[in-house]
Design a protein around this ligand. Structure first.
Ligand SMILES: Cc1ncc(COP(=O)(O)O)c(C=O)c1O
Length: 430
């Protein structure tokens, strides 16, 4: 059974899809862009074309101000009183409600807490607890490593009661069978950028009585996601990529509201207790998403995320998707104009409806090429073994940036200048 790929949003009219054919036309398109005003919210170096917001989003002015405000106006001044007077205690819920709008969830269905890896463990462990006699968790070969590693750890912890079945995308639907209690997939693949049809895969999981958990790390903030319409049970995701929350900013988790009472946490920390300040010896889960809190939140990182989310106020995600499609299509078109430079091959789906907001090209010398691009001020990243990854965050990447970055990539590859460029020794973070 093949997986159907489709993103049921924004069908651009052919006229709108005409891509700029020159740098001057890119400038015109930038001037007409409905999202153009949002770029000013970001602290961007004009000498840099930043195409790595799918890995670490840039600083926003509001994030900087909000952290400053928490440091000096709250912690520095009001000390521990801040938990109440500045509402620190409710920040995980408040920020969750803001993210909910971006992923098609109800405000009370999303909580900001911990990291994506930990949230994945928390929800997968809760699902394992409710597995009945079923044994199987299904995921995809080549899913983001943390997703697979966390599930491996969890199945080991189960002492063999649960098993992880990891199969290539083409065999996924048939692997989801009556023995499956949980399916864990990443909506937009971190390497290829390929998207799953969330509704179709979730429907398959539900048809056999399994729960569906989506990792939205490469989707949230870049394309519309409709968890409600897809019927998904659980979701997790990062906030330091397209949401620009800052390095290591807290992640989010989603549990569909009709499951709130029945999904019992496994990491039963005191902040998820029904009455944490009773300090009782016995655990009693809080109601709603609060039970999925664990320990004290890293509040300065919450402040940074809170400020960053202001860039999404009143954003129409269909506008963001439309622009993101155009930026990615333009990039591919320029890089391949008259034929892609020798050795360079598109490694993302060509059809934009099947692609998230990043584009990947493969080249045997990918690492050195990316280093040469970074030296020229075009920042993307490299993913082993040979992938050059470019993220197109629609809130701040301009059409001219795409034009210039694509030209730079062509020049670096065609000239072979990357062979003599410094930085071909691989750094710890690529
Ligand atoms: C799909 C996906 N999940 C999870 C993560 C990271 O999880 P964590 O924030 O816990 O390191 C990433 C990071 O790139 C990712 O791409």
């Amino acid at each position: 059974m093949a997986v159907k790929h489709e993103i049921p949003t924004y069908e651009p009219a052919p006229a709108e899809r005409r891509l700029p054919a020159s740098r001057a036309e890119c400038e015109t398109r930038d001037a007409q862009d409905a999202l153009a005003g949002r770029r000013a919210k970001f602290a961007l170096d004009p000498a840099v074309i930043y195409l790595d917001g799918n890995s670490l989003g840039p600083l926003t002015h509001t994030a900087a101000r909000r952290v400053e405000g928490m440091l000096h106006g709250e912690w520095g001044r009001d000390l521990i009183k801040s938990w109440n007077v500045h509402g620190w205690i409710d920040l995980p819920k408040r920020l969750g409600a803001k993210i909910a709008r971006l992923i098609g969830a109800k405000p009370e269905e999303v909580l900001v807490a911990d990291s994506t890896s930990i949230n994945l463990f928390k929800l997968a462990a809760a699902a394992t607890r409710g597995r009945g006699t079923r044994r199987r968790i299904v995921s995809e070969t080549g899913n983001f490593p943390t997703d697979l590693y966390v599930l491996q750890g969890l199945t080991q912890l189960s002492g063999g009661a649960a098993e992880l079945v990891v199969v290539p995308r083409e065999r996924l639907l048939e692997a989801i069978n009556e023995d499956t209690f949980l399916v864990v997939l990443t909506h937009v693949h971190y390497k290829s950028g390929e998207c799953f049809d969330m509704k179709a895969v979730t429907a398959r999981a539900h048809a056999v009585g399994a729960r569906m958990l989506w990792d939205l790390s490469h989707s949230v903030g870049a394309l519309p996601v409709d968890l409600g319409a897809s019927g998904a049970d659980f979701a997790v995701g990062c906030t330091y990529k397209y949401l620009n929350g800052g390095p290591g900013s807290p992640a989010f988790l989603y549990v569909r509201s009709d499951l709130h009472a029945s999904v019992e946490p496994v990491l039963t920390g005191w902040m998820g207790h029904d009455a944490p300040f009773e300090f009782s010896d016995d655990y009693r889960p809080a109601t709603g998403m609060t039970r999925h809190r664990c320990g004290t939140p890293s509040l300065l990182a919450f402040a940074s995320l809170e400020g960053a989310l202001e860039a999404f106020d009143d954003l129409d995600l269909d506008d963001a998707r439309r622009k993101s499609i155009e930026l990615t299509e333009l990039f591919v078109a320029i890089v391949e104009a008259g034929g892609a430079p020798a050795g360079l091959r598109l490694a993302s789906p060509r059809e934009s409806a099947r692609r998230g907001s990043h584009v990947v090209f493969a080249h045997a010398d990918g690492y050195a090429i990316m280093q040469a691009l970074i030296a020229r001020g075009v920042i993307g990243d490299f993913r082993a073994p040979n992938l050059l990854r470019f993220g197109f965050a629609p809130l701040y990447v301009r059409y001219v940036d795409v034009w210039d970055a694509a030209e730079a990539l062509r020049t670096v590859v065609e000239s072979g200048s990357y062979r003599t460029s410094p930085g071909s020794v691989r750094a710890a973070v690529t």
